[in-house]
Design a protein around this ligand. Sequence first.
Ligand code: HEC
Ligand code: HEC
Length: 263
Amino acid sequence: MGGEERVRWVRRVAVVSAVLGIAVLAGSSGNKGLAGAAEAGRGPVPDARQQLNLARRGKKIFDATPKYASEYVGNELACGDCHAASGRADYAAPLIDVAGLFPMYSARAGHTITLEDRIEECFVRSEAGRPLPRESEEMLALVAYIRSLSKKGANGQPYARRGLAKLPELQGDPNRGRIVYHQCAICHGNDGAGMPPSIPSLWGKGSFNDGAGMNKPAKMAAYVYKNMPQGNPGALTVQDAYDVAAYICRQPRPKFNPAYANF
Ligand code: HEC
Ligand code: HEC
């Protein structure tokens, strides 16, 4: 992100967060994270300025998670390494207008989950880490940041380019994928380790664990098809994306801790 774009973005976060902050003051039932904590008597309702500061802090954590939430991260990935452009890139599981969709049914959990639950899932799987306390500054900040990405307020419609691309179901060939991977290795390295924090790891100890959504070849193919190679997305065919995903998902990576199976 260029300096100017960053300034503009920070301003937009400021405006959106201020509006959200006012909604909190007005007692809007939509803001479940902080207002919910306050309603439950767990602390004062944050004012607009506190809300803004929290969202700013949340963006920092989102963009550099191993640095700002190191206690809870087991690898070298930031949220923004997958949720690209700080959670604003189409079909890279953007978090635009997502907050208001929670609580929602989760097929993985088999029950309804909150936004906080969903963040924990990414901590114990994608971040190969451990759950962070619900009342921690990190959790409140991440929730505030994700809420600040909701333009339509807490109960908006799903964003049109939410989630990952819908691809036809194909079978990936890991041997072909190894050849496709040559064009990825320029950045992510022959050993898949990348160069954190600027280029994320695709496998090895710096990467997501084997319980992560990204470790499912179909999900990775959908991510890669729309987003990679970075700077030239669209260069791969759907088959290339499945092949390279089949190759990457076979590589060694951290193990999911079954103690966190409820996330
Ligand atoms: C290794 C990649 C990766 C990392 C790192 C990661 N996520 Fe995710 N996240 C995903 C994928 C994949 C999905 C599911 C997308 C889908 O299937 O539509 C997801 C989904 C989500 C969702 C639900 C989005 C929706 O549309 O319902 C939230 C919220 C979320 N992640 C938050 C976070 C946060 C906060 C962090 C950092 C602590 C993080 N994620 C780190 C890959 C990642
Ligand atoms: C020009 C450098 C570059 C190239 C080439 C490139 N990537 Fe990436 N990749 C990145 C960066 C940087 C990110 C972090 C997200 C972002 O900023 O877009 C990323 C993120 C990812 C992620 C999610 C994060 C993670 O670590 O799991 C996957 C999966 C991925 N790349 C796969 C690929 C594949 C497959 C190719 C080859 C087809 C490829 N990339 C080519 C730079 C690159």
